[in-house]
Design a protein around this ligand. Structure first.
Ligand SMILES: *Cc1c(COP(=O)(O)O)cnc(C)c1O
Length: 233
């Protein structure tokens, strides 16, 4: 194993844990109520080895090919693999086989593909639905205007379990914009949760630069790459 990832994590993981603890304390929440997803995308398998050695078992990848490579190297059940990147429908099958949670389901069409596959296999695929809270055209996700209706529709698809919602904040947004973005996701989630347990309790929001704000707004999963592993090349 390349010792540099181990050495780096021995410094960065306590820092990230401290940041999570401060944010949960400040909002009267338990430290354990936030799951840390270590985003290993664009880092070599050494980063995954170091993460596993450090006790990080939730790992995030944004490309199916890279997810496949890493799952092949470590085994699927050596970690909990999260697919966090935009997924083309034609790769839905492969992603469903590899990931334990597909966080980036951003359209009814994609959800339908996953559902078809799940029914063929007789399995349940766990997903989050991604919402385009910032309504930037460059971002994927369900549009705010129809998100509640669309997600309720997806939640009815057989073979799919919607565990909750995911969003990405706009890059470089100020705190005010970040707060409103995360709050919009939480409100959308609350609306869905009034329908009973059709949508699960997870709110995946917060990355290296904004996860404290996301935690204060109710995040249950933060997806952190740079703060743990350094800049991606
Ligand atoms: C890359 C990525 C992250 C991690 O971003 P950092 O800023 O490096 O923490 C989180 N979520 C998604 C969807 C990503 O693509």
């Amino acid at each position: 194993m390349n010792p540099s990832y181990e050495r780096r994590l021995s410094e960065t993981l306590p820092q990230v844990h401290d940041r999570i603890a401060e944010a949960t304390d400040a909002s009267g929440r338990e430290f354990e109520s936030v799951r840390l997803i270590a985003v290993t995308k664009a880092h070599p398998v050494d980063a995954v080895s170091a993460a596993l050695a450090a006790g990080l078992t939730d790992l995030g990848e944004n490309r199916v090919e890279e997810l496949e490579e890493k799952v092949r190297e470590f085994g699927r059940d050596f970690a909990t693999w999260h697919m966090i990147g935009h997924l083309q429908s034609r790769k839905a099958r492969r992603a469903s086989q590899l990931a334990h949670l597909i966080q980036s389901v951003d359209s009814v069409k994609l959800a339908n593909r996953i559902s078809k596959f799940a029914q063929e296999e007789g399995i349940t695929v766990r997903i989050l639905t991604q919402v385009n809270t910032s309504e930037e055209h460059s971002k994927s996700g369900f549009n705010m205007a129809s998100a509640v209706d669309d997600i309720l529709c997806v939640a009815e698809f057989p073979g799919i379990r919607v565990e909750g919602l995911m969003t990405m904040a706009p890059f470089g947004a100020d705190d005010k914009k970040l707060i409103s973005t995360f709050r919009v996701l939480r409100k959308t989630h609350e609306k869905l949760r009034t329908q009973g347990d059709v949508v699960g309790p997870e709110l995946s929001m917060g990355m290296t630069n904004d996860f404290e704000i996301a935690i204060r707004e109710g995040s249950t999963m933060v997806r952190v790459g740079t703060a743990l592993f350094g800049a991606r090349t």
